[in-house]
Each structure stands twice: as structure tokens, then as C-alpha cells.
Design a protein around this ligand. Structure first.
Ligand code: NAD
Length: 284
């Protein structure tokens, strides 16, 4: 059976990568709709051509309602207001959704969770399979090594990034702290200079590097007496997120209506996101 995939934000940075990722997935997945903002100057363009893979005959339209009946799963990487409008339409037409948009307020998140009761939704702030695997490995590493090692988190990004540490570094810190029963707000150390004194075992240190075109590097070090374990992830392109989102779309087709995340897609957790204990939920 072919799973018909639609993309909202099709002309955006992620939208273009998603068009390519759906084409690369091949097999059961087929791109059947590409949607942009009604104000976009790219309405009428060929989505394949925009993404650089060559014409695929899927024309970018300015309204999801126009193409909703051609879609089984919608992949949405846009802006919160657009995503919420799209969830309402998908819920009304029983279309599953993969949501990568970030920046929802608490009220918008609650609205999204209510809408997701009617349809299967997979939402994650980082769809990279590798990052999600690292979060799982970190939980195990923290449980085994955390009590007897000093934990330090290093991250590096391109020179245009305006916030630090990265959201992914903070997620890594949250996972490690939760596994050790520590409160990250209490134990995080975000910079060191001058007479710092000896390191306290319970602290979790963060170090940030900014430069050039680094897409995103993260390393968590567990440094004990006589040995050191390091868990590293390096992203080299947006395809890491796009491939994860397409994998989620494949996994989601035909599931029960609920709110899932990449932990479910990768088989790390059976329980959907909203029914999971709080300390187990991923950082947004
Ligand atoms: P972008 O600005 O390049 O693309 C967003 C696109 O959405 C634009 O082309 C815009 O015109 C379009 N859009 C806006 N309103 C729309 C509407 N009503 N209908 C259809 N299209 C609409 O941004 P981006 O870098 O592609 O990122 C998009 C979102 O995805 C951001 O929230 C970003 O933080 C998030 N993101 C998430 C992950 C993840 O793994 N979860 C990874 C990368 C980016």
C-alpha cells in the first residue's frame, strides 16, 4: 500500500530537505502534496525542482484544504500558528501528522495535545535518529557511570547561532540529570574562568564553541578515575532531521490516534508522549 505524504512549508529549508528525503525513501512512500503559505512567491513551482532533485510533478499550492484528500500523513515544519491550523484540518479529515515545528507556547502545546486525541501525531523538537539514539545511550551511561564520574557536555555550532548552550545540549543534560535524580537547574555550570576551585562531583558542565559552518556537534564526557567514556553526535546536514521525520511518517501511518515522539518511533518507549511519566519526557 502506498502511503501518500504531504509537506507543509515545502519551500522552506526543511521542506526542501523533506521532499528529497521522501524521494530517497521510495518504496511505500510517495509525495502527493506540497503546501506553502498563501503569500509565498513560490506557489505554482515544482516541489522536486525546488529541492534540487529535479521535477517530480508535485506543484506547490497555497492551501492545505485544496489537497488534504490526497494525503495520508502530513509532515509539517512551518511556524506554530500554521501548524495549529493544519492540526485542526487534519483532525477533521483523519489525516496523521508528523510535526517538527518548534517554539510553541504552553497554551499552543495544550491546544495541540487536545487536537492530537483525534489523530495519530508524532512531534519532536529534534527528529535526528542519531540524536535520539544518543539520548537513549546517555540515560544508560548516566545510570552506570554517573555516580563515579564527572559529566561534561560540549557543543559546537556555526557562527550564526544566537543562543547557547544548544537545545540539544540542554536535552542531553536533562536526560543525564533525570537518570541521576539531579535537578539540572541546580547542578549545571555554564562557564568557568579564574579561581573556580576544585570541581564538585554532582555538577554537570557545559562548554560552547561557535565558528564557521559547523552544523552541530555534541559530546557528553563521563570522566572517572582511570577511564573516560564519550558519547558523540555530529550532524552534517538537514537531511539528518528530514530522514528522521520521513521515518516517523512511515511508522505513524495506520497507528492509533495519540501523541507520539521519536522515542516511540525508535522503539525506546511504548507509551505515547502524553501518558509518560514527566521525568521521561524529552526536552522541548
Ligand atoms: P523556514 O523558514 O526555512 O521554513 C518554514 C516554511 O514554512 C517557510 O517556507 C514558510 O513560508 C512556510 N509557511 C509559513 N506559514 C505557512 C502556512 N500557513 N502554510 C504552509 N507553509 C507555511 O524554516 P525551517 O528552517 O525549515 O524550519 C521550520 C521549523 O522547523 C522551525 O520551527 C524549526 O525550528 C523547525 N525545525 C525542527 C527540526 C526538528 O528536528 N524537529 C529541525 C529543523 C528545524
Amino acid at each position: 500500500m502506498t502511503i501518500r505524504v504531504g509537506i507543509t512549508g515545502a519551500a522552506g529549508r526543511m521542506g526542501r530537505a523533506l521532499t528529497e528525503a521522501v524521494a530517497l525513501a521510495g518504496g511505500e512512500l510517495a509525495l502527493t502534496a506540497a503546501v506553502e503559505s498563501p503569500q509565498s512567491t513560490l506557489l505554482g513551482a515544482d516541489a522536486g525542482e525546488l529541492s534540487g532533485i529535479g521535477k517530480n510533478g508535485v506543484i506547490v499550492v497555497g492551501s492545505l484544504a485544496e489537497v488534504i484528500d490526497d494525503i495520508d500523513v502530513l509532515i509539517d515544519f512551518t511556524v506554530p500558528a500554521a501548524t495549529l491550523a493544519n492540526v485542526a484540518l487534519c483532525a477533521a479529515r483523519s489525516v496523521a501528522m508528523v510535526i517538527g515545528t518548534t517554539g510553541f507556547s504552553a497554551a499552543q502545546q495544550a491546544q495541540l495535545e487536545r487536537a492530537a486525541r483525534g489523530i495519530p501525531v508524532c512531534k519532536a523538537s529534534n527528529f535526528s535518529t542519531g540524536v535520539n539514539l544518543c539520548l537513549q545511550l546517555l540515560e544508560t551511561a548516566a545510570r552506570v557511570l554517573g555516580g563515579e564520574s564527572d559529566i561534561e557536555i560540549y557543543e559546537a555550532h556555526h557562527r550564526h547561532k544566537i543562543d547557547a548552550p544548544s537545545g540539544t545540549a540542554l536535552s542531553m543534560g536533562e536526560v543525564v540529570a533525570a537518570a541521576l535524580g539531579r535537578d539540572l537547574h541546580q547542578v549545571a555550570v555554564y562557564g568557568r574562568q579564574g579561581q573556580t576551585g576544585a570541581r564538585e562531583r554532582e555538577t554537570i558542565g557545559f562548554a560552547t564553541v561557535r565558528g564557521g559552518d559547523i552544523v552541530g556537534d555534541h559530546t557528553v564526557t563521563f570522566a572517572a578515575e582511570g577511564e573516560r567514556v564519550e558519547i558523540t553526535h555530529r550532524a552534517s546536514s538537514r537531511m539528518a532531521f528530514a530522514r528522521g521525520a520521513v521515518r516517523a511518517a512511515h511508522w505513524l501511518a495506520g497507528r492509533d490516534a495519540d501523541l507520539y515522539d521519536m522515542r516511540n518511533v525508535l522503539g525506546f518507549d511504548e507509551a505515547p508522549q502524553v501518558r509518560r511519566p514527566l521525568e521521561n519526557q524529552s526536552h522541548e
